[in-house]
Design a protein around this ligand. Sequence first.
Ligand SMILES: [Zn+2]
Length: 315
Amino acid sequence: MSGMAGLQRLPKAELHLHLEGSVTPELMGQLAPEASQEEIGRRFGFRDFAGFLECYKWVAEHLRGPEEYAMATRRLLASLAQQNVRYAEITLSAGVIIWRKQELAPIYDAVQREAAGSPVTVRWNLDAIRHFGAEHAMQVAELAAERVSDGVVSFGIGGDEVRGPAEWFAEVYKFASARGLRLTAHAGEIAGPESVWSALRLGAERIGHGIRAVDDPVLVRHLRDHNIPLEICISSNVATGAVESLRAHPVRRLYDAGVPIVLNTDDPGLFDTTLVREYDLAASEFGFSEEDLTRIVENGFRYAFARSAVPSAPL
Ligand SMILES: [Zn+2]
């Protein structure tokens, strides 16, 4: 591999990627023809977590039905294919769909149809909103369980870590696991290492973000020794203010401590990034060598939840 052109060519996997967050300002122009360019630019110009959530909500509100979800999926898969991403675990915010009183089945069928026609192998992660509580999360887990042989590979929780503590979801995670779903959870993005410990107690096999683990040496060793990967999303953490600055991002410290990491975009449309750009940042800002990056690319396949479905990476 030589430089970024090599990275572009290398077959890659992406494991932390929200469909709703893949919507670009350009696609929003089509989904919300009533919105001016200025309004779209202003909404996508957030600088903190609250502004990000506001924008995410606005985008999700314009995914009015199966057709809009299919359109977003088509765009996302075209971008992934263009970057030679061969395998993607895409999060569908089933929690948002339920909250908006939409029916999941026709939406899921529409996005699955798009996935079936794409060169990218896709598996879905259905995720619930932590601060909506356990009953809500159980609804999402039940929907995920119904689709476990139809493309859904995992269950997760996202949203407000502080207002929706992991302890609420012990039963939900037990149920999901018993039904054959793999387990992930957003944790340690805004809240501290204790939030990551709580997610691990739920049985989470991967941690979404988990960057605050860096503040707890015991946790860092635990992640390393138990081979639990962090789904790292550098641009996301900068854009939402989860880290003070790009330079302050702990990705290098976590990697050097032996914590397994994978690189991801989280919400490529909202954060104006691509997977190739995230690798580029790791190289240019954090001094990751080509050898390091190749190992991280391999991690994308190694820590995939649907191993049998993962095309072998010709490395
Ligand atoms: Zn996320």
